[in-house]
Design a protein around this ligand. Structure first.
Ligand code: ZN
Length: 405
């Protein structure tokens, strides 16, 4: 399945019918040729031809027989999801994590290296150590390599345009890795990929529209419109963390004052909570030995105990996130909005504050039809998002706006 056949697979699956049939089989656990024809509107002959080709490529396989409606028992088809995988690389808090992920999002193998163990120009070699380790033991066919990169990423050209903390400026990572491995390489930023993961491997969205806001050290969003990840004209769609929302706020890392990130992020919460620690009536004093020892878990416990100062801090965070969501709702009228990231441990009090703020800041009928959810961070959200990106680009499992040639 390497070399010629893999290339043929890519060319073939660009074919619309083939992608359509493959997607229908992927969405079903097991499905017959007749049902595929019914669902796609393609003729039985076309379906049979496409199915034969997909079987030949090892992308699908036959799996027993289904119920008969009178005649012969129909043969069922399913995706051979463990026979193919994606090499996913993600910049996490302290490490760069590499994983081999199968077509259903199952993590087959995982390796990692410290986040800061190289000079910027050595990054491709550093990433290659992870890729080589994963490839050495892989028995699956690798569909492609996907990377989640910090900063602003141009997924069309496969370039990290600017990741200041890592000293990367216009780094042509795709070109370098593609030449080295002769595999397709795709990159995007983590907030976009978290949205793709939720869309493809989470509860998705019936309408095809979904916004996912990730709140941790920073705040970023990913927006899926009509089943398509929306990047924006400069690939900066979803950069809501650096929209100024607080007059007279504090200076942000980006240089502006009062960005959403400075009032509604984990560092913002800890800053406010540590100030409240100084108040004699603060319950935080019973939960942590010093202001510096107040972490998000301490904040959560004080919130659950009903500490009024901490409750006020979280209400303010909900207030600002609600305003940001009101803008998304006013502009796009997206029904399902997910807030996730480290902040999700704060649970119902935060969610209620966000919903109350949204109700105050958006047009009533639009706010009423919007379902805001607070979902704990999936441990492998970004790895799954990377997998969704590669499956989409290589096999057409999502409709992404960024079509790469
Ligand atoms: Zn900023």
């Amino acid at each position: 399945m390497k070399g010629f056949l893999a290339k043929a697979t890519r060319q073939h699956t660009k074919n619309h019918n083939s992608r359509l049939v493959f997607r229908i089989i992927y969405e079903d656990e097991a499905i017959s040729r007749a049902d595929i024809a019914r669902k796609t509107g393609l003729t039985r002959t076309t379906v049979s031809t496409v199915v034969s080709e997909l079987i030949e490529q090892g992308l699908i396989e036959e799996t027993g027989t289904g119920q008969s409606s009178g005649g012969r028992l129909p043969v069922l088809l399913r995706v051979a999801h463990e026979a193919h995988g994606v090499l996913a690389l993600s910049f996490e808090d302290m490490r760069i994590v590499g994983a081999l992920v199968d077509m259903r999002g199952g993590i087959q193998q995982r390796v990692s290296l410290p986040l800061y163990g190289y000079r910027p120009e050595e990054l491709p070699d550093y990433l290659s150590r992870l890729i080589d380790e994963l490839r050495a033991d892989a028995t699956t066919h690798i569909l492609g390599i996907g990377l989640s990169m910090p900063g602003i990423v141009d997924p069309l050209r496969g370039i990290v345009r600017r990741a200041v903390n890592f000293g990367l400026v216009d780094a042509p990572l795709r070109q370098v890795l593609q030449e080295r491995y002769h595999l397709p390489v795709y990159l995007d930023n983590a907030a976009h990929l978290a949205a793709l993961a939720e869309y493809m491997f989470g509860d998705g969205a019936a309408s095809g529209n979904l916004a996912v806001i990730s709140v941790g050290v920073g705040v970023g969003a990913g927006v899926v419109l009509n089943g398509t990840l929306f990047h924006g004209d400069g690939f900066g769609a979803g950069e809501i963390g650096h929209v100024v929302v607080a007059d007279n706020g504090i200076r942000c890392n980006c240089g502006n004052v009062g960005c959403l990130e400075t009032v509604a992020s984990v560092p913002a919460i800890l800053r406010a909570a540590r100030r409240w620690f100084g108040d004699p009536s603060s319950q935080l004093r019973a939960l942590a030995p010093s202001a510096a020892a107040v972490d998000l878990d301490v904040v959560r416990r004080a919130l659950e105990a009903g500490d009024p100062g901490v409750t006020a801090v979280i209400e303010e965070v909900g207030h600002y996130l609600g305003i940001a969501i009101a803008h998304i709702v006013g502009l796009l009228n997206i029904e399902r909005i997910v807030v996730t990231g480290a902040i999700a441990v704060l649970g119902p009090p935060l969610l209620e504050a966000i919903r109350a703020s949204l109700a105050r800041h958006a047009l009533a009928p639009l706010a009423a039809m919007t379902n805001v959810e607070l979902i704990p961070e999936r441990s492998d959200a970004v790895l799954l998002g990377i997998t969704a990106m590669v499956l989409d680009q290589e096999l057409g499992l999502l409709h992404s706006s960024v079509r790469l040639s």
